[in-house]
Ligand binder design. Structure first.
Ligand SMILES: [Cu+2]
Length: 223
């Protein structure tokens, strides 16, 4: 009588532990996947920026729903002069989200066009703001708007953004400019902290589950 009751409770408890364990495993896995999917990248896209004969940067920015694509025109001209196909050269130089690094205090010339609707381009830190014309029917780009400004004379990051509401993805239209060495990046530290905490929680849970299994097993064997 007694041993039958014990056996039932053993099976039930083991089943519950198995259920919990799979939930925890799944949750842990999810945290790892999320953490790695959002792993901050610090690698520069598009290669090193080049300056023209006057020491200025010339950047073309193409705005479309809902992103900014930037191209280093000095580097582009050089690649084309070296015999590279224009399309191939543009593919290699295309930068989204983050462009740099620009020299501290350097002069930056932006040529900005829209590929679809009306957009805007603002950088609060250097007090520039411009509205972009949409392309007329039959042309791929709207007329170019030119902005010139001097980069701050310090290591920093300034943020370009669209200020004309252009649809659902409007808040995603951002382009950061890295000046000098930029700002210290805490992203990687946060990433490893998340991994470490997740591993700790997982390890602790696994240990207590194993302890419970050991306890049940010893109950069964001594029953
Ligand atoms: Cu917008």
């Amino acid at each position: 009588m007694m041993s039958k009751y014990k056996y039932k409770s053993f099976a039930l408890r083991l089943e519950m532990i198995k259920m919990n364990l799979s939930k925890i495993l799944l949750f842990s896995l999810l945290v790892y996947i999320l953490a790695f999917a959002t792993l901050p990248t610090s690698a520069a896209e598009g290669g090193e920026l080049m300056t023209d004969d006057d020491g200025n940067y010339n950047i073309r920015i193409e705005a479309s729903q809902w992103e900014f694509k930037a191209f280093d025109l000095v580097h582009l001209d050089k690649l084309i002069a070296d015999g590279m196909d224009e399309e191939e050269a543009m593919d290699g130089l295309e930068v989204k989200h983050r462009i740099g690094s620009f020299g501290k205090g350097s002069h930056i010339i932006l040529e900005i066009v829209s590929r679809d609707v009306q957009h805007g381009f603002s950088i609060n830190e250097v007090d520039v703001s411009i509205a972009l014309n949409r392309p007329i029917v039959g042309s791929e780009f709207g007329s170019a708007s030119i902005i010139e400004f001097d980069a701050p004379n310090e290591n920093t990051i300034i943020s370009g953004f669209c200020h004309v509401f252009c649809g659902l993805g409007h808040p995603d239209m951002k382009l950061k400019f890295v000046i000098g060495e930029g700002l210290p990046n805490y992203g990687l530290g946060v990433f490893w902290a998340v991994i470490a905490i997740n591993t700790l929680i997982f390890g602790y849970t696994l240990r207590s589950v194993l302890t419970q299994i050991e306890l049940i097993t010893s109950e069964v064997t001594t029953a």
